[in-house]
Design a protein around this ligand. Structure first.
Ligand SMILES: C[S@@+](CC[C@H](N)C(=O)[O-])C[C@H]1O[C@@H](n2cnc3c(N)ncnc32)[C@H](O)[C@@H]1O
Length: 220
């Protein structure tokens, strides 16, 4: 466990203001200036993404991919390494600055962008979109809106991979990270996406964490 209480404190303070997302930059700025660690940064690509891509023998072959809330860029670099032409964005200038520092020769197009204020059509719709752990970090009242925007970034016939902590409908949401329910993630279906694969599993982290990993495809 790394700095979970600091994260929760910053999030709680921010969510009581008119700018509920400001805590991400505050946290990354602290990491930069004070050397504190970021709880979701393990310095490697997310194993839940890597395992999925390996199991499905996914190769980019020059196709475009888009990463939502990319943090320090390890997932983006992984997708680039298997042949995708990757755009990766994050709200936090400090996170994007650190991604560029970690990967100075990267082919990834790193951008500072707010999911809720994207300069469409500059970002545009993509054939492969990855959302891991951003929805679970948002204030609950922002989740439905975020789902609508993320879905709009998937082109027709394109796919969206969502990886998130999960819970039963009857379980309380609790503190950050806020696991999503099946009802939450099924909102993607209302946005023109169809489920191709739905995994509800416990990963092999210590302690193990229950997750959903869902592959959607845009049908309309
Ligand atoms: C919990 S972290 C997960 C980071 C990364 N996806 C991962 O799996 O390690 C959530 C990320 O989403 C970013 N984020 C939060 N709200 C955002 C928004 N509205 N637009 C873009 N990025 C956002 C945060 O700055 C943070 O880097």
């Amino acid at each position: 466990m790394k700095n979970r209480s600091l994260v929760r404190k910053l999030a709680k303070e921010a969510e009581a203001t008119s700018d509920p997302l400001q805590w991400f930059e505050k946290l990354y700025d602290k990491a930069d200036k004070e050397g504190i660690s970021i709880p979701w940064d393990n310095g490697v690509a997310n194993p839940n993404l890597v395992k999925f891509c390996e199991r499905h023998h996914i190769r980019g072959e020059g196709r475009k991919a888009l990463i939502i809330g990319c943090g320090f860029g390890h997932d983006a670099e992984y997708l680039a390494s298997i042949g995708f032409q990757v755009t990766a964005f994050d709200l936090s200038p400090s996170a994007i600055g650190e991604a560029k520092k970690r990967f100075p020769n990267s082919p990834v197009n790193y951008r500072v962008e707010d999911l809720f204020n994207l300069p469409n059509p500059k970002i545009g719709a993509h054939p492969f979109v990855i959302e891991s752990y951003t929805l679970q970090a948002l204030a609950r009242e922002l989740v439905a809106k975020a789902i609508g925007v993320i879905a709009s970034l998937v082109e027709t016939d394109g796919q969206l991979l969502v990886i998130t902590q999960s819970r039963n409908e009857s379980e309380a949401v609790g503190d950050l990270p806020r696991p999503l329910t099946r009802t939450d993630v099924l909102q993607f279906e209302n946005e023109g996406l169809q489920i191709l694969e739905f995994e509800d599993y416990t990963d092999d982290e210590d302690p193990p964490i229950r997750r959903f990993r869902i592959l959607f495809q845009r049908t309309i």
